[in-house]
Design a protein around this ligand. Sequence first.
Ligand SMILES: [Zn+2]
Ligand SMILES: [Zn+2]
Length: 357
Amino acid sequence: MASTAVPPAVPTGDMQVAVVTGVGEVELRSEPLPVIGAQDILVRVGACGLCTMERRLFSGEKQIYPVAPGHEVAGRVVEVGEQVVALPGTPRVGDLVAVDLLTRCGTCTTCRRGRSAVCRQPQGSALADGTISMGAGLADFVRVSASQAYVTGDIPVAQAAMGEPLACVVHSVRLSGMLAGDRVAVLGAGYMGRLHHALCRAWGAGSVGLVDVSSSRLEEAADGGADWTATPQTAGDIGGKADIVFVTAAAAGLFELAVEICDSGGTIVLYSAFPKDLTGSFGLDHFHHEEITVAGVYSQEPQDWRIAAGLLRSGALSDDLDRLVTARYSLETVADALQQATHTLVYRVLVGADTGA
Ligand SMILES: [Zn+2]
Ligand SMILES: [Zn+2]
């Protein structure tokens, strides 16, 4: 579909960027516009999702201050570097893009094996005043290498801003080895659990059930098309055995539940981050004798992004993604957005110029 938007003029001057300065404290700072290199593009941020990291920084669970967070970004390209060639798939001025703000060194052993999700040397970056940047996507503009921007077509920007988490979920389902017809159980019916549900269904899972302690989340998952829903206590009875089990919540006991419901020959994916001191003790022969695979999944890789952008463009997940937008805020009201995301049960809270109003 051709873009009807008039490409905006190349912006100049300063921009606003949100900086978390302490527990529960965020301020908007004026920063010079990023200067793009020959291989870069400049993106006017339409929406930026608040992920777990933003919540941890704002709540004080992780205290790295001052810091400019925001890594789930989508927006329109307003400028491209002189060496960015207009090839098919290359972002051009006016395109809506989802941007990958993760840095990968490309030279460590894991990067060279194609496993850049666990790059040993991710490069940090900083704002002009030295403030640590963890994406710095809660801003008017972001700069990114053209190779790390993915054209989504003219879809709602809120959906495009789900490119990063969707790429993580593509990575997860890809590493799970799920095939069409497989029975899937997703432990955790939060945002990431729901994205797993949507993707597995789109890729032909035989059935997808969701498990959670929250009755409201289970009701919403059922509304969203889950084949079955259950609490951890009832999952075994209601859902039965599963070929693939995704653990997307960090509660104690969920890995034990995954082992209980994973069928012989199945795979358990540990998607969620767990408390560092959470351990478990298992009879190892079960994994050997039943051929159970346990896969850890941490982030995403360029090929996951390419697939995620393709899914966004196709519209196959459009209804699922719309259901997961809890609230939208302008950059000026970022403090309210962080309050809501930190202190209430949400799927995704989005911040940015395109508030969808
Ligand atoms: Zn994220
Ligand atoms: Zn690396």
